[in-house]
Design a protein. Sequence first.
Length: 571
Amino acid sequence: MALGKIQTQVVASLEEMGRLTAAQRAQIAAQPTEFSGEALDRYLEEEFRISPLQLLAAKAKAVGLAPFNVARIRVTPTTYERIPQDFCIENNVLPIGQVGEILLVAFANPFDLSLLTKLQEMTGKRVVRVLGREREIRDKVSKAGTTHGPAGFDDVVQRVGQEYGEAESTDFVEDDVSEESGTIIQLSNRIIEDAYYAGASDIHLEPWEKEIIVRYRVDGVCHEKLRMPRKVGPALIARLKIMCNLDIAERRLPQDGRIVFKQFSKKGIDIDLRVSTAPLNHGEGVVMRILDKQKTTLPLPSLGFTDANLTRYRSVIRQPYGMILHCGPTGSGKSMTLYSALNEINTPDIVIRTAEDPIEYTLSGINQMQMHRQIGLTFASALRSFLRQDPDIILVGEIRDKETADIAVEAALTGHLLMSTLHTNDAPSTVARLTDMGVEPFMLSSSLLCVCAQRLMRRVCKQCRVAYEPEGREREIIEKAIGWSGQIYRRNPKGCAKCGGNGYKGRVGIHELMVTDDALVVGINKQLETSELKKIAVRGGMMTLHQDSMIKVREGISTIEEALSTVPPDL
């Protein structure tokens, strides 16, 4: 017998498809030699001119899977987001795409059911198999090879090394490197594209003594991505300045700009970048904040609010007038929370105006204004104009000075719901910050509805987290904070494919919601110390940032190490 069971079914499928005659089928079966899979493929191709796609269709029919032409797939950095490239090379599989919770994967070996189970556990998705040609899958997954540099950079970095490699002397003329060279243009685009695919929030270009370093901030943590000769730095930064219409000759002063990236890329990446340059000791540095215009606001329950805080916050944002403030450092999720709140209360019968710098997300049904300080359009001037435009709700990007603070308080006292942000460490210290700006305490107590302090904390990977019982200091901290002890989780230092070996994947918000009540009004009017206001707020039901972070630890959302590194324990 020259053919195995599956090979016989493949030949029968070819006959049913009209690609072989009964006589040819009998001729194949009568061959005296044993056929391996590839040997039969070659024999059918050479002897009977069966095309590779016809063979693939016959094999797919024999094993009950859909055939897929892997050659048409374009491998991009997002291809290996769910399944690492090394795993694909080892097991000869290729991710094709994702629809909802279904992940489509091309298999070369349809009989390895343990591999199917492993993929579903790794990705947390329902994996649907299609059949691809083994050679094509192998070619695709090894296309980038096992590189030593970042995926997607090899070709352009190699050209950079050839064109701008360091000479024997470190002295060079910066103008010798052209910002309009094809390599520099490709490099700048590739850095932005790769950061977008990696899920980065910020891109840092930092000049060092002999190199320029590219770092991405992913889930709040910076990771080094690329090192290049220092000589590349001026040209690369000049190219980024050209993209956002900044003065490339001015290298002594900080500059701010914005890149609309779809004007420079044909890959359908609709993002804007907020660009900030600064003169540093070894040259100009650049930080770019990625503003993904394709992202939508998240519903409020997805932001990490506890049930009690969510109920109180929803009640506050539906008040007819007053002031709602969000405080925290840059990148703590203040804007996303405000956008989500606006999205929830936005209805056709409400007029909403926003003054932002920059406009991070475009919201339908809401009129948004971009600030331009160069021409005098500031938050204060925008607020004044809004008060003459009959709004119901006003969002001001940030309260930075006394003028903006005074107008905001007046707006909140005259029938408008005003939302804004402030840079303070916790909710009670917001009161001291505003009074330091010159806002009268009685005006503040009359207008303030609530203050929400917030941070973003990394989520522990649910796929590889390790359960344990806390002891000693850890047990004391969690018992003191929320009066509970039990099993919690720590990160797996080795990580897994789902979290990319980090042990953490994604972030969740923690909140300190201080809602104004009679006791707080009295405390603000008496100009009590921040510590006293905090005690009053806690007695009124406020949960501190530390307590909220311990609740996330208790629920297995994060780890105690991450919680303590984000906010310190309460005194």
